[in-house]
Write a new protein. Structure first.
Length: 172
C-alpha cells in the first residue's frame, strides 16, 4: 500500500512492535507495522461518513499474534515437557489454553525426552497461522503437536526443508 485514506480501528503491540489496524472500502482491514516501512501518517479531522464497525475482541478471538486471516479455527493438542509446561502455565500460548494433564514428574534435574512422565498436555483453540508455527518452532523439542495430523505433517515438511537446506550447505 503506497498511500490511502483509512479509518484507524485498533492499535496493538506484539513481539516488541506496534501495529495499527486500519480500514477502507478498497482494502478492507489491513495491519500496518509501525516501523520504518511507514514513512508518513497524516491525521486529519475529517469525519468518516460510514464508520466501519470493529470489535477487536471478536477480531482477535481465534487469532494468534497480529495476523487474522481465513484459516479455519482448530483445536490443537500439544505435549509439553515439564520445565516448559511451567512456563506455558504461567504465560499461556493463547487465551483458549486448557490444561488436559500435568506432567507426572513436574520437577526433574535431567530432561529425558524418552520419559513420558515428564510430559503434560494442553489444548489451544485458534487459527494455526504462520505466527503460530514460528512459536512452535521456537519451543523446539519441548513442545510436540499431537493433533491435528495435518499440522504435524506441515511441521515435519518444514523441518525436512530446513534440514535439506542446511545439509546441502554443510556438505559443500
Amino acid at each position: 500500500m503506497k498511500q490511502a485514506k483509512v479509518q484507524p480501528l485498533h492499535i496493538k503491540e506484539a513481539n516488541k512492535a506496534w501495529y495499527l489496524l486500519v480500514y477502507n472500502e478498497a482494502i478492507g482491514v489491513k495491519v500496518l507495522c509501525l516501523d520504518k516501512r511507514v514513512s508518513n501518517i497524516t491525521i486529519t479531522e475529517e469525519f468518516v461518513q460510514e464508520p466501519y464497525s470493529f470489535d477487536e475482541s471478536l477480531y482477535f478471538k481465534d487469532a494468534f499474534g497480529i495476523l487474522n486471516n481465513d484459516i479455519k479455527t482448530e483445536t490443537i493438542r500439544l505435549k509439553v515437557a515439564n520445565h516448559h509446561f511451567k512456563y506455558l502455565e504461567s504465560k499461556p500460548l493463547h487465551h483458549s489454553q486448557i490444561i488436559i494433564s500435568r506432567p507426572v514428574k513436574m520437577n526433574t534435574d535431567v530432561l529425558d525426552y524418552t520419559d513420558e512422565d515428564i510430559f503434560g498436555e494442553i489444548l489451544v483453540t485458534l487459527k494455526p497461522n504462520y505466527e503460530f508455527l514460528i512459536e512452535l518452532f521456537k519451543f523446539n523439542m519441548w513442545v510436540k503437536v499431537i493433533e491435528p495430523h495435518w499440522l504435524i505433517e506441515t511441521i515435519v515438511e518444514q523441518h525436512d526443508f530446513i534440514l535439506q537446506h542446511y545439509y546441502s550447505d554443510f556438505i559443500r
